[in-house]
Design a protein. Structure first.
Length: 99
């Protein structure tokens, strides 16, 4: 099976889509848990993906990342939390830096 799909039954002629919160590398016979905080695995993933800047993920088996709330920011990919906006600066929801 191609990446993002798996097949656990020998001789099967089709593959199943990897579920949300898991990933399936090429040739997978089962799905693997997306167990690293700071990453996410939407349905059909072939590998875990780092959260983008302005986002974070503090849990495991996640299908998406969370945007940093207003008053916080995140300038790094793969973050597990957001940083507090310094006093006197502005950080809207999903901020990648403070202004």
């Amino acid at each position: 099976c191609p990446g993002g799909q798996y097949q656990s039954s020998k001789g099967a002629t089709s593959c199943d889509t990897c579920p949300s919160g898991y990933y399936c590398p090429s040739g997978a016979t089962t799905f693997t848990g997306c167990t690293t905080a700071g990453k996410y695995c939407p349905s059909g993933s072939s590998s875990a993906t780092k959260c983008a800047t302005g986002q974070y993920n503090d849990g495991t088996y996640q299908s998406s990342c969370k945007s940093c709330p207003g008053g916080q920011y995140q300038s790094s990919k793969g973050a597990t939390s957001c940083d507090t906006c310094p006093s006197g600066y502005y950080c809207p929801s999903g901020a990648t830096t403070f202004t």
